[in-house]
Ligand binder design. Sequence first.
Ligand code: HEM
Length: 363
Amino acid sequence: LRQKTPVRYDEARSCWDVFRYEDVHYILKNPKLFSSERGSGTLQGSILTMDPPRHTKMRNLVNKAFTPKAVKDLKNKIEEVTLYLLDQVNEKGTMDLVHNLAGPLPVIIIAELLGVPAKDRDLFKTYSDVLVAGAKDNSNEAFQRMAQKRKEGSEFIKEYFKKIILERKVNPEEDLISLLLAAKIDGEKLTEEEVLSFCVLLLVAGNETTTNLITNAVRYMTEDKNIQEQARTNLPLIPKLVEETLRFYPPIQAIGRVTKEQVKVGGKTIQKGEQVICWVASANRDEQKFAEPDRFTLERKLNPHLSFGFGIHFCLGAPLARLEAEVALVTLLSTFAKLEGVKGTELEAIPSPFVFGVKRLPL
Ligand code: HEM
């Protein structure tokens, strides 16, 4: 596709697909030509679907909670939770990585950041999973069932957050919800609705993605003993392992935009108002950008993958996701002498064209 039809229109899905690194990069870098304002259900009204100038103001406001310094302060907490979760694993060390570690870790940390009481975490996880649940198969019924489940999950989470928002309005604490409630843009406070959509965005954008990053990295290490050995004997290589996993198995495979005027991409003319899908998973394997793109290696000096996007919408949670993955991987490698997949298990992919991960990873 990258070579023969790097930019193509798909009649069936009524959208343009873009496969080359250079073109994907160009689109993400140009919010004046390519808008993020697109109908996307749960995420409508969040910064992910906003254009400047509103996007710039909102983003500056929430940025504080995610600066590298703020995230570094969370390191101890992430280590503590990782050790706690691995303590629950049985004596033999057999587990399902998704269930035991990669699933709960990001949820617990985000719940902590937002100020969700510890007693509600299980409930919180169940409903945040529902928000991003995929369809079981490609049938119409499966899609309808998924849409219904998501709607119910979204209503529950919203009601739940509304209660916390009301509580924090009266009794502010040192959490993100209290910070958002106190913040002002151009002298105006955010509405409860805006605070609410930001909370929902963090759940949807941050949980499953980080779960898949951790799982994909461990999965790769079980498939390539050499890489596991290199990482195990040289733990400072772990940040490189995380970046290469992001490039090789991106948790989010594609990013959508809508054209704001007639544009040219890779020699094709696209009219105003068209949907454009930027295939990050393809851009990350573009031979024009990466040497030996289909080889997983810890030796890349630079790794400018696009798995966290690029430009003004670059993932706000990237420092947090990276840190969680690094802590999880270092702890796993230091705790267990060997990470090995259970023989004969067939891995089941998460059924979504935009998400890359597996439902379970028995180890
Ligand atoms: C934006 C990927 C983890 C919060 C994005 C975008 C991508 C992405 C591709 C850009 C979307 C676009 O340009 O339209 C990922 C991946 C993650 C991850 C692969 C894990 C490996 C997180 C975490 C959080 C988070 C942990 C927060 C707790 C956000 C937010 C945005 C965003 C708020 C919107 C930024 C904006 O619109 O300015 N993420 N993300 N993400 N991500 Fe992440």
